[in-house]
Every structure is written in structure tokens, then in C-alpha cells.
Design a protein around this ligand. Structure first.
Ligand SMILES: Cc1cc2nc3c(=O)[nH]c(=O)nc-3n(C[C@H](O)[C@H](O)[C@H](O)COP(=O)(O)OP(=O)(O)OC[C@H]3O[C@@H](n4cnc5c(N)ncnc54)[C@H](O)[C@@H]3O)c2cc1C
Length: 332
């Protein structure tokens, strides 16, 4: 286990309500401890207590990668709450690379269908073989180098974190030895990654952080509905479903030419829907018959569609934990 602590220059009573509200939103259990309270999060545990009237936060994870993920998450929430300046992390170690950074080189760039480019990176991706399915691609200011670690274990972003574009992507495949991984980029107009992919050549260095996000689901019935950006995660959820899983999946793509071959286990039906034939993601969800009983619905698409999907989930009587309707991108 890996642990680090931080002190917060605010009384515990100013910090706890926001933390509890956020934990409730995200479905994280909150329990009292001998010295304060703890929140069981996806990547570890966060305990809050007071020492000599100073609010102390201790985070514990199974390894340094997950610890850094948890720390970044807490930093992000404090930033959102306007409290980022109040936190001081304990000194840990300085090092050349953050624990969650993976630097590799492009081995291949393949145009697998009109709208999708597959990138294969060679490097050490063993830690992506299980756990979270996603990562963040790091596109930073030219010539500044990759992020490093300061003496509290935090990430130092050359040029400042705001100068970095860090969109989330999904690991499509990792070879069994972990020496290469692939991801699929949906090519949409106006995207930073779109332009970056145009210039990508074998041998180019590519950095990413991860893994992150949720892993595979074990629900006996799954309903998966997603657009181009969720194609990789839905295919992974289908291919990684435990034997005997029942379910139905719909993937929305621009046209029939973007259909991919998927090894679909018995019990799961995969349908494709096409934008050029007038299909929409929310209609695909509304057309999905969701059974009673143990079930899990995963929906991912544009932010507005995810909001509609949450409403539809409520109308279907889906409870917390039975549905995740996620915004994978935002239309501007
Ligand atoms: C957990 C997670 C996993 C993801 N996995 C993948 C993946 O494996 N493959 C993948 O292609 N995407 C994936 N996405 C979506 C991807 O992160 C976003 O589409 C992101 O905005 C791409 O960055 P960009 O540089 O292309 O565009 P940005 O610079 O973020 O945005 C530029 C412009 O493009 C528009 N835009 C962004 N996405 C789309 C879109 N899909 N269609 C149309 N316009 C768009 C924006 O509205 C904006 O106007 C994932 C997202 C999440 C949250």
C-alpha cells in the first residue's frame, strides 16, 4: 500500500460538507473512523481528521500509480471548490517521471475505416493489462519536455497544466506481454487530436497517463449504448464480459463503412446504428428493452445526450449503480 498526507488551511467543518456531497454524488461510501471520517473511492481511501486544529487528509492506494490518480482527483475537486491554494502535500520524493506516466513510441498508424484511426504504441504498458480502461493523451507545448515530479510527489507540468491538452481515450488492446497498446481515434472536424493524428509518424514519442476510469462490469445483464467515442470501451466491455453475461449493445457510427468486426459472446447482441440513416443515440437507448432484476446500463455520448439518458434511466426506474450515463465529449 502507498500513503501520503496533506494538510488543509481550512477548518474541517468547511471542508467536510463539500466532500460528503461529492461522495454522495459519486456513490462513494462514507464511514466514521476513530479520528475522523473516511471515503472509500475507486482508487483507494481518503481519510480526513484534525491534528492540532489542522485539517489533515490521508490518501491510501494499492500502488503509486493509483495514489497519484487519487491525489490528482483531490487536487481537481479542491480546485473546483476554490480551495486548491489551501492544500500542502507532505514531502515524498522527487523523480524524473510521475508514477502514472507512460512514454512510448508510435509503431503504426492505421486508417481502419473512414472515421477511425488506430494508433499502436510500443513501450511498457503492463499496468494497462487490467484495471481502468482509459488513459489521458498528453499534448503539451512544443519543446518543453514531459511532466516531472516535485518533492511532494505531485506532477509538474512544463508551461503550467493549462497549457496541456489531456483528452481521455480508451485502451482498445494491450498485447499479453504489455509491450504495445492500441487506441482508436474518432476523426472529427476541429479536434486537436485530429490534427495531431495527421502528423503522427512511426518512431514519434507519445506520452500518456493512466490507467484510469472504471474497469469491466460483472452484471449478469448489460445494456451498452454509445457513439463513436464510446466504440472502443463498448467493444472492450463486450469482449471482456464474463461467460454467461446477457445483454444488448448499440454503437452509433457515421455510416456502415465504420462498422468493426467484434467477437460477440453468446448472449450479447451487438447492433450498429448509423448517423447518415438518421439514427440518434437517445433513440437507441429508448428502443433498448431493459429487463427487471440485476442489470447495468452504460451510456456514453455527447454531454446533452448523456443528460437525456439520465432522465430516461430515471423513467425506467434504474437506481444508482444500475446506470452510468456519461458525457464523453461536449459540443461547442
Ligand atoms: C473516458 C473517456 C474515454 C474516451 N475514449 C475515446 C476513444 O477511445 N476514442 C475517441 O475518439 N474518443 C474518446 N473519448 C472522447 C474524447 O476524449 C473527446 O472527443 C475529446 O474531446 C477529443 O479531443 P479533441 O482534441 O479531438 O477535441 P477537443 O479539442 O476536445 O474539441 C475540439 C472540438 O471538437 C469537438 N468534438 C470533440 N469530440 C467530438 C466528437 N466526438 N464528435 C464531434 N465533435 C467533437 C468539440 O465540441 C470541439 O468543438 C473518450 C472520452 C472519455 C471521457
Amino acid at each position: 500500500m502507498q500513503t501520503t498526507t496533506a494538510t488543509l488551511a481550512v477548518p474541517m467543518r468547511d471542508f467536510l460538507p463539500g466532500l460528503k456531497a461529492r461522495a454522495a454524488e459519486l456513490d462513494y461510501p462514507v464511514t466514521p473512523t476513530a479520528r475522523g471520517m473516511s471515503v472509500a473511492m475507486y482508487y483507494g481511501t481518503l481519510e480526513v481528521f484534525e491534528v492540532d486544529r489542522v485539517t489533515t487528509v490521508q490518501i491510501t492506494s494499492k500502488d503509486s500509480v493509483e495514489l497519484l490518480h487519487l491525489r490528482d482527483t483531490l487536487d481537481w475537486h479542491l480546485d473546483q471548490a476554490g480551495l486548491k491554494h489551501c492544500i500542502t502535500w507532505a514531502r515524498m520524493r522527487a523523480g524524473p517521471n510521475p508514477a502514472n506516466l507512460a512514454i512510448g513510441r508510435v509503431e503504426r498508424v492505421m486508417q481502419i475505416s473512414p472515421s477511425f484511426t488506430r494508433v499502436r504504441l510500443g513501450g511498457d504498458y503492463t499496468r494497462f493489462l487490467d484495471g481502468g480502461l482509459h488513459f489521458r493523451l498528453l499534448l503539451g507545448p512544443a519543446g518543453t519536455g514531459w511532466p516531472t515530479t516535485d518533492d511532494t510527489g505531485g506532477t509538474v507540468w512544463p508551461g503550467g497544466v493549462e497549457a496541456w491538452h489531456r483528452p481521455a481515450y480508451t485502451v482498445r488492446k494491450v498485447c499479453p506481454e504489455g509491450s504495445w497498446m492500441e487506441f482508436d481515434i474518432f476523426r472529427h472536424a476541429g479536434g486537436t487530436v485530429n490534427d495531431w493524428a495527421d502528423g503522427l509518424r512511426p518512431g514519434d514519442e507519445v506520452a500518456l497517463t493512466g490507467p484510469g476510469g472504471t474497469g469491466l462490469t460483472e452484471a449478469p445483464w448489460i445494456g451498452l449504448i454509445g457513439d463513436e467515442t464510446a466504440l472502443p470501451v463498448i467493444i472492450r466491455m463486450i469482449e471482456g464480459a464474463p461467460a454467461g453475461t446477457q445483454g444488448v449493445a448499440t454503437i452509433l457510427v457515421p455510416s456502415r463503412a465504420d462498422v468493426q468486426t467484434v467477437r460477440t459472446p453468446e448472449g450479447i447482441v451487438l447492433r450498429w446504428a448509423f448517423r447518415d440513416e438518421g439514427a440518434t443515440l437517445i433513440e437507441a437507448f429508448r428502443a433498448t428493452e431493459v429487463p427487471a432484476g440485476p442489470r447495468y446500463v452504460f451510456f456514453a455520448g455527447e454531454k446533452g445526450e448523456a443528460a437525456l439518458a439520465r432522465e430516461h434511466g430515471v423513467a425506467l426506474g434504474l437506481k444508482r449503480g444500475e446506470i452510468h450515463a456519461l458525457a464523453y465529449w461536449t459540443a461547442h
